[in-house]
Design a protein around this ligand. Structure first.
Ligand code: NAG
Length: 276
């Protein structure tokens, strides 16, 4: 158990001694160099990938883990009982460790694209979106142009005063979901898995009529939370024709023009996709 902790500690320290990530290129996307260095670089790259995974795990360090960690490093300040130390003010003795963690996270963020608000992975690749719509979407010329123009126009607006709502309907089968996915993938590095993208399916997320009040609260709450976290959010509402009017009502404030009194340092962009 503690052996594992020690190993992790070692990895953390080792990682601080490694050459800067620029040696591998930017954003963790670089390939091994060519020529004689290739094999060595490839090995280094694999090692680097493994390290990255461990750092990711370390990024999720819990308070409890920190207490244990500090017990290993500063045993003199540590109680007998690990559980107790996790709860006790011994937490403060992890401050020095916290500094290391900060250094570590600053360093790791230089190539993970992470940031405080978790929305650094917004890519808004309109070239990619245009290409996807052109190549992968068949027989929807009008939709293709409209989607691209609307989304691009909205996202490039310096200070939009309301959300953009797009409603896709009348298309058979997967066409609508397909476009929704293309949008997510070209606007966010992580596509539909992004923390700034949320999909609701009416029959799944809001199945019972009697709970509409609850759903309304849940929906409003989730939108608010995501907007706090991301400056650009995408909400996909599938089976929108089955959405209760009460829930549409909950969305109304976003779809209406916001008074400019609501000044924010950074403008908020929200896209609602209704698939019906
Ligand atoms: C945008 O998407 C295209 C096509 O998928 C891709 O080739 C290009 O590298 C992307 N650009 C960026 C900046 O991600």
């Amino acid at each position: 158990m503690l052996g594992g902790t020690e190993r992790l500690l070692w990895l953390l320290l080792l990682s601080l001694l490694l050459p800067p990530p620029s040696a591998w290129g930017q954003g963790g996307q670089a390939r091994p160099r060519e020529g004689t260095e290739e094999a060595g670089s490839a090995r280094a790259w694999l090692a680097f990938q493994g390290l990255r995974e461990r750092l990711r795990a370390a990024g999720a360090l819990s308070r409890h883990y920190w207490a244990r960690f500090s017990c290993r490093v500063w045993p003199q300040d540590c109680g007998e009982d690990e559980e107790a130390s996790a709860r006790s003010p011994a937490w403060s003795l992890a401050l020095l460790g916290q500094q290391y963690l900060d250094i570590l996270s600053t360093w790791s963020c230089s190539f993970w694209d992470c940031c405080d608000r978790g929305d650094c992975r917004i890519i808004n690749n309109f070239t990619g979106l245009e290409a996807d719509l052109r190549v992968r979407l068949h027989g929807q010329h009008l939709a293709r142009e409209l989607v691209l123009t609307a989304v691009r126009g909205y996202l490039e607006m310096p200070r939009p005063d309301k959300a953009l709502a797009l409603s896709f309907h009348g298309w058979s089968g997967t066409g609508k979901n397909f476009v929704a996915r293309m949008l997510a993938e070209n606007l966010y590095q992580d596509g539909l898995r992004s923390n700034c993208v949320k999909m609701f399916i009416s029959t799944l997320d809001f199945p019972h009529l009697k709970n509409v009040d609850l759903y309304e609260e849940k929906l409003t709450d989730q939108i608010r939370k995501m907007q706090e976290h991301c400056r650009q959010t995408l909400f996909i509402l599938d089976e929108a024709e089955k959405l209760h009017p009460g829930l549409l009502e909950a969305l109304r404030p976003h779809l209406e023009r916001q008074a400019p009194s609501n000044q924010r340092a950074e403008s908020q962009r929200t896209i609602f996709l209704f698939l019906r």
